[in-house]
Design a binder for this molecule. Structure first.
Ligand code: GLP
Length: 240
């Protein structure tokens, strides 16, 4: 595990450079992408580097970690919408090269199987970007999700519903379920970048990186990954 700390601006830049280098080394990289507030500025840096001619996404394929169940793609809180707004519409990635789970599929179980297979058929994820929830969730894999889990339908915990209600008009409007890549799916990525910023993440970052490896803290499984890079601002790193 390699841990980089610094100001939030420093790590936004460093993490974006890591992704750019990955794409330079392998132009047809398969990227796993995350939503949430944490990666937004890193995505801005990627857009700037793309505009400066430093990187092309024309051969890249992406798979997002997760999507809410039951809100339309056009809804401003859908992860599809988030990715269009924060990255895809400002880079040269072909629309057919981006994938998110379809949280409105008529048969969600079938959709989970399809998504897992599509990732495998692409050759697997080269570089997975991850944020972390306050309870240690990665993707939407909440505490006590088995480490062997693959893409599936998950029930959100009350604390996640509350945390994510800041993006919705009210807590009632937050979907109760999501489709998420599983922990095994995430761990299969050849390289993982875990991102966290802010004092409110300091406790869970300490538990995830230095505590026991247990499904009670889903992100603790990352300690077992052979190629993990962690980018933390000084506040999130405060308890290490
Ligand atoms: C959300 C997402 C996660 C994300 C996490 C943290 O629920 N499903 O992929 O990492 O919460 O979000 P934030 O970066 O806004 O703290």
């Amino acid at each position: 595990m390699h841990i980089f700390t610094g100001t939030a601006q420093e790590w936004d830049h460093k993490a974006a450079l890591e992704i750019v280098q990955q794409i330079k080394d392998k132009p047809d990289t398969v990227l796993g992408l995350a939503t949430g507030s944490t990666p937004v500025n890193m995505y801005r840096r990627l857009i700037e580097m793309h505009r400066a001619g430093q990187v092309s996404f024309s051969k890249v394929k992406t798979f997002n970690l997760d999507e809410y169940v039951g809100i339309p793609r056009e809804h401003p809180c859908s992860y599809y919408y988030f990715m269009q707004e924060n990255l895809f519409s400002d880079i040269d990635i072909p629309p057919e090269s981006v994938s998110l789970p379809d949280g409105n599929a008529p048969d969600l179980e079938e959709e989970c199987r399809r998504y897992e297979k599509k990732i495998a058929d692409s050759g697997g994820i080269d570089l997975q970007v991850l944020g972390i929830g306050h309870n240690g969730h990665i993707g939407f894999n909440e505490p006590n999700t088995p480490f062997e889990s693959v893409t599936g339908i998950v029930d959100l915990t009350q604390s996640t519903i509350k945390a994510n209600s800041r993006f919705f008009e009210s807590e009632d409007q937050v979907p109760r379920q999501a489709v998420s890549m599983g922990i095994k799916t995430i761990m299969h990525a050849r390289k993982i970048i875990l991102l966290a910023k802010g004092a409110d993440k300091a406790d869970i970052i300490q538990k995830a990186l230095q505590g026991p490896i247990t499904p009670e803290v889903p992100a603790s499984v990352l300690q077992l990954h052979p190629n993990l890079l962690v980018f933390l601002d000084n506040e999130a790193a405060a308890r290490l």
